[in-house]
Ligand binder design. Structure first.
Ligand code: 2BA
Length: 109
């Protein structure tokens, strides 16, 4: 058994959960925050048999989209009187960051 852990854009989370449910998979969504952008994203957990992993990855790939965002880099250390003009930097976000983990034991009580 595997645990497919995917970090996705918040806007893709609901359509992804819907598609996973339609595919007959169980899923859990956790609200998370990216360490770089410090913006909300979503982490989706799917526990499933090894044979289903390619299908789960297909659903994730089809449900999640790449986005371009602009972020302001942290201001540099400056002398007093200096003026910092931030130049937004382009960052490509997603579609999804996926980890496939081996499950050593699974129980439902
Ligand atoms: P964030 O950490 O907020 O990162 C958002 C996007 O910013 C990343 O998109 C990437 O394009 C860019 N980015 C991240 N760190 C960077 C850095 N040090 N320098 C320049 N650009 C950087 P994605 O790669 O698609 O990642 C989307 C979200 O997935 C991340 O949000 C984070 O929450 C998660 N993630 C990505 N890689 C991860 C990893 N190896 N371990 C844990 N979480 C990860």
């Amino acid at each position: 058994m595997k645990l497919v852990l995917s970090i996705v854009h918040s806007d893709d989370a609901r359509p992804l959960i819907d598609a996973l449910m339609q595919g007959g998979y169980r899923a859990t969504m956790i609200s998370t925050t990216g360490g770089f952008l410090r913006e909300g994203n979503a982490t989706i957990l799917v526990g499933t048999d090894d044979a289903n992993v390619p299908d789960v990855l297909r659903i994730i790939r089809e449900s999640c989209h790449t986005r371009t965002q602009y972020v302001n880099p942290l201001p540099p250390v400056m002398e007093s009187g200096e003026v910092y003009m931030p130049t937004p930097v382009e960052v490509q976000m997603g579609g999804a960051t996926v980890f496939v983990l081996e499950v050593t034991q699974f129980e439902r009580f």
